[in-house]
Design a protein around this ligand. Structure first.
Ligand SMILES: Cc1ncc(COP(=O)(O)O)c(C=O)c1O
Length: 423
């Protein structure tokens, strides 16, 4: 079990007041908060060790290089990679998937090949493949969801054919909270020799991830969704595949040697880390990983599931038909994400109203517009949990929603700002 009260002491931002109320931060699927330890590790790097990596024999450069390489190792152990060299520092999940699509995809896909995605994909998983498909004239197919928000696994055997070259999907939906059966998808994809790209943006921060056990070929995730800094993410890939690829971006650090008419690419992971990397970001991410490991990912997941179960129960008991909740009813296949709509109110209206109670939720299409079209709605309100959230905060959400519902006729008349969030 997590000692949430103690954890909260590491997050000074949670003491903030917003609109006269203590902040309740339920926007963790977008980005989490950072504990003191992570901020301090980054500050210490800049204040005591800052230098560029891999380019100098002076002491500071050696120290910076060591911290940077250690960070790769910490992250490799976290996901049980075979080696730290398979761990590539990128900016975020979006960049990681774009790299795979532009390198592996452009090299291996051709006319008539098939790419299998899912209806619940985040745009960051869906669009990079669609762009490549258009260029090479490949065909994109989608695995649909059931009305309960689960992938229709029974359709896999029809959708995956001898022409399927890649299957890319979110391990956990950022809207429905569905935790997908990764191994089942891997098994079907590998039966025809397709490569599996797992979007771990919402899974890796919340549940144990073991790339060897899962059997995926690529895994992408973001530091900022797991207590780490923004601007740093990870692409993990199977060594033999990574070694067969040329860099997506090239320049400094990506080479072993260059003459005026030849280039020898560097070993992994440097081949894919072009230019000065996000050194401080990796130092911060490694600290975030250590923090999560101290808590234990099994405990993190259990805590979030408890909040989920509590929310689903309280919503049903207290809000009834006034609220529609999306995603699986069975918490066994779901993480700590609750997307919903209040009957008769625009999602943005609800989000703005909750902010008046100091409650931060996300509203909109959550970078998953096709999924929302599939659900038959334009957007949803999303509460997403992490290690510092409490049942008392969920109670406050329920009370705030009751107040919102009690004045909903008046709220429904208020003009809705149709903000384009790009998401
Ligand atoms: C499932 C999923 N995939 C990919 C992303 C993209 O992450 P990033 O914006 O860090 O690149 C997100 C972000 O919300 C996500 O939830």
């Amino acid at each position: 079990m997590l000692d949430v009260r103690k954890i909260r002491e590491d997050f000074p931002i949670l003491d903030r007041e917003v609109n006269g109320h203590k902040l309740i931060y339920f926007d963790n699927a977008a980005t989490t908060q950072r504990p003191r330890q992570v901020v301090e590790a980054i500050a210490e790097f800049y204040l005591k060790h800052n230098a560029n990596v891999h380019r100098g024999f002076h002491t500071l450069s050696q120290e910076a290089s060591q911290l940077f390489e250690e960070a790769h190792e910490v992250i490799a152990r976290f996901i049980n990679a075979y080696s730290w060299e398979e761990v590539i520092q990128v900016a975020n999940t979006t960049e990681a998937i774009n790299i795979v699509a532009q390198t592996w995809g452009m090299k291996n896909l051709s006319e008539g090949d098939e790419i299998l995605l899912t209806v619940m994909d985040h745009h960051s998983n869906m669009l990079p493949w669609r762009v490549v498909a258009k260029r090479v004239d490949a065909r994109v197919k989608y695995l649909d969801i059931t009305d309960d928000g689960l992938l229709k696994y029974e359709d896999l055997s029809d959708l995956i054919t001898e022409r399927t070259k890649v299957v890319a999907f979110p391990m956990m939906s950022n809207v429905l909270g569905t935790m997908n059966d990764v191994k089942r998808i891997v098994k079907e994809a590998h039966s025809v020799g397709a490569v599996v790209v797992a979007d771990g943006a919402q899974w890796v921060p919340h549940a144990p991830t073991d790339v060897r056990d899962l059997g995926v070929d690529f895994l992408a995730f973001s530091g900022h969704k797991m207590l780490g800094p923004t601007g740093v993410g990870i692409l993990w890939g199977r060594r033999d595949i990574l070694e067969s690829l040329e860099p997506f971006k090239c320049g400094g650090d990506t080479i072993k040697d260059v003459t005026l008419d030849s280039v020898v690419w560097h070993d992994l992971p440097w081949r894919f880390e072009a230019g000065t990397p996000n050194i401080a970001g990796m130092v911060g991410l490694a600290e975030a990983v250590r923090y999560i490991q101290r808590l234990g990912l099994e405990n993190v997941l259990q805590h979030e599931k408890e909040l989920l179960i509590y929310t689903l129960r309280r919503f049903e008991e207290e809000l009834g038909d006034e609220v529609t909740i999306y995603g699986p009813k069975d918490p066994a296949v779901r993480g700590g994400i609750v997307s919903f709509n209040v009957d008769g109110l625009h999602h943005h209206t609800v989000g703005k109203a909750l902010d008046l109670f100091g409650i931060a939720v996300r509203t909109g299409g959550h970078c998953a517009h096709p999924l929302h079209y599939r659900l038959g709605v334009k957007g949803t309100v999303r509460a997403s949990y992490y290690v510092y959230n409490t049942v008392e905060e969920v109670d406050k959400l329920v009370e705030a929603l009751k107040t919102v519902i009690s004045v909903k006729e008046r709220l429904a008349k208020e003009p809705v700002e149709e903000v384009c969030t790009g998401g």
